[in-house]
Design a protein around this ligand. Sequence first.
Ligand code: ADP
Ligand code: MG
Length: 387
Amino acid sequence: MSVDTAAEVAEGFTRLYGSAPDGVWAAPGRVNLIGEHTDYNDGFVMPFALPHTAVAAVSRRDDGVLRLHSADVEGGVVELRVDALEPGSDRGWTAYPAGVVWALRAAGHAVTGADVHLASTVPAGAGLSSSAALEVVVALALNELYGLGLRGWQLARLCQRAENVYVGAPVGIMDQTASACCEAGHALFLDTRDLSQRQIPFDLAAEGMCLLVVDTRVKHSHSEGEYGKRRAGCEKGAALLGVDALRDVPYAELDAALERLGDEEEVRRLVRHVVTEDERVERVVGLLEAGRTRDIGPVLVEGHASLRDDFRISCPELDLVVDTALAAGALGARMTGGGFGGSAIVLVEAADVDGVTKAVREAFAAAGFTEPRVFEAVPAAGARRLV
Ligand code: ADP
Ligand code: MG
């Protein structure tokens, strides 16, 4: 995010509220390289931060008033009182930043108000986590302005609580942790059970490769209900197998576990996806650390097949991206994010970027789908102060 953008958001703040902000912060969206639907099973994920960020200009207030404004949403400033914030009371965009204030206060931090003006370049609803970017940027600003001294992973937990309880979306911990903790040039190998993490160097340009994000720009309406069903199915699988979470089913014992699930056909599929997906994350980490970056391509493709056939959350648009990209010479491709729309990622030799992009665009046009948005994703920095 350029200094220009920071200055622009600061100017917007000054115009709205009549004085300059105390500071300007940024928090990125993310893509997940591998490890899908593992974060609510205590498993492994491997996101990296996008250059796309939410940028917030914020000033502290000590009179209990919270004022919120987004440059990207029609309508004026929304004014709330911090002691009247009520989970479930807000269905609009302001629930994300207000939820963060609520979560901080509920955890005992004396946050007494703020003025917030923000703008974001993370496309909303594309599976790139615009919501976590919004939460984390506000959490980081308040952490600094109130001198709370919270670490990135602690902010992530509070943001997740804001989204789970205040917004009412049962999301896992990956998105918030990615936004708070990622580092430029690295993917984040994260154990979602204890939030232990390792930064894995991931510099594709240096190796003559590129990772494309293809935003299908569709979001199928049943996605939320289906997400809940998958979560419930995973929990049922863990209960039937007598473990706390599917993370506790060792890959080496998968066949025996599936056997024990007997005729629970759907649960067997969900369990198989989660257990093999955790193994794929570990395999990708091993390959990257061994300098065998090109070899992660087939693992991404395996992950897509598992999401499509076992977890059953792909859709025609996502499958078309993957099939077309591979046919056009990509090293690997898979859907990323929650499913039923959103984005896919494509690992490709730098020399093949144009050809693969063209092939995907043409296939979408031929199928009569909405024109996809395609961009190169370079692992960028996590949340930080700009000004
Ligand atoms: P995702 O996180 O995958 O982008 P979500 O449905 O979780 O999708 O979050 C999208 C929501 O986040 C939007 O509907 C809106 O309420 C909020 N949001 C995202 N970006 C902005 C923004 N720039 N300004 C205001 N609200 C935003
Ligand atoms: Mg989200």
